[in-house]
Write a protein that binds this ligand. Structure first.
Ligand SMILES: Cc1cc2nc3c(=O)[nH]c(=O)nc-3n(C[C@H](O)[C@H](O)[C@H](O)COP(=O)(O)OP(=O)(O)OC[C@H]3O[C@@H](n4cnc5c(N)ncnc54)[C@H](O)[C@@H]3O)c2cc1C
Length: 250
């Protein structure tokens, strides 16, 4: 008999505003009465599973396990980039007209509702590390940005961030000494490989396209603490990517 699906609470928020923070990154702000029940778990890689309904959004309360069983549920995973008492913000890479979540975020308007499960999370920069290293592409910028902005002033680190071009570069608000290195498409792995790791105990956070992340796992094998996984995979929509991850974990 198949194991029963765990029912996770579903949260529903209302979009309050959207802003294009770069030509290919749209920030969706949302709030409303549902926000209070969205736990703040203290992780900087807080992620949620956004719900999409191929057969249309059902009336009434949403039961994820029931919807999944009926086939009327697909999910996409996104990081909570900011949280204030009244709103949270999620940054979406708009990678063209393909996919569900990217086009949804580009088109959504204030007043529309959306739902998600979560948040989950597993990483927060370790205050006691001697140095920090961040590596990722645009999909990881929300989590890397949140991590950099959480660092205390005495922290030191380096961030290798792969974006399409200089228009996609973002600013992070931090007093920590983080050397931000924007790198061109396809050069993330080499940029990290060429970096001599400092002495002392390091904490690294490495996420993005699976092919690059797989290579970075061996490049960074000597780092003491490593949070590393693929966030997406070229040529695969998220359900296919998540299924592949179960048999071939990154
Ligand atoms: C824990 C976690 C946190 C994440 N946080 C964020 C986040 O905050 N912001 C964010 O933008 N993404 C984030 N991602 C990645 C995001 O879940 C995937 O990019 C997802 O596939 C996008 O869904 P979609 O419906 O737009 O495209 P899909 O329907 O999943 O894919 C359609 C096509 O687009 C391609 N594609 C998917 N993502 C990208 C991309 N980033 N660039 C170029 N091509 C792509 C796929 O390979 C596929 O060919 C996160 C992933 C994980 C696991």
């Amino acid at each position: 008999m198949p194991a029963p699906q765990r029912t996770r609470p579903v949260h529903t928020l209302t979009v309050t505003r959207t802003e294009w923070i770069t030509p290919h990154m749209v920030r969706v702000w949302a709030g409303g009465p549902g926000l209070a029940a969205v736990a703040d778990n203290g992780f900087t890689d807080n992620y949620v599973k956004l719900l999409f309904f191929p057969d249309g959004r059902p009336e009434g309360p949403l039961d994820a396990a029931e919807l999944r069983a009926s086939g009327n549920l697909v999910t996409r995973t996104y990081t909570i980039r900011h949280r204030t008492p009244d709103e949270l913000a999620i940054d979406f890479v708009h990678h063209g007209d393909t996919g569900l979540a990217g086009p949804w975020a580009a088109a959504v308007r204030p007043g529309e509702e959306f739902s998600f499960m979560g948040p989950g999370g597993a990483y927060r920069p370790d205050d006691s590390a001697d140095w920090h290293l961040f590596a990722g592409d645009a999909a990881a910028l929300p989590a890397i940005g949140a991590a950099i902005e959480s660092l205390p002033a005495h922290a030191v680190g380096v961030a290798f961030l792969e974006v399409d071009d200089s228009a996609e570069e973002q600013k992070f608000v931090t007093e920590a000494a983080v050397d931000i290195r924007w790198v061109a498409p396809g050069t993330l792995v080499d940029a990290v490989r060429e970096y001599p790791l400092p002495a002392g105990r390091g904490h690294a956070f490495v996420h993005g396209e699976t092919g690059a992340v797989k290579q970075l796992r061996s490049v960074l094998a000597d780092v003491d603490q490593l949070s590393i996984s693929g966030y997406w995979r070229r040529g695969m929509a998220e359900p296919e990517f998540q299924a592949a991850k179960r048999t071939d974990p990154v």
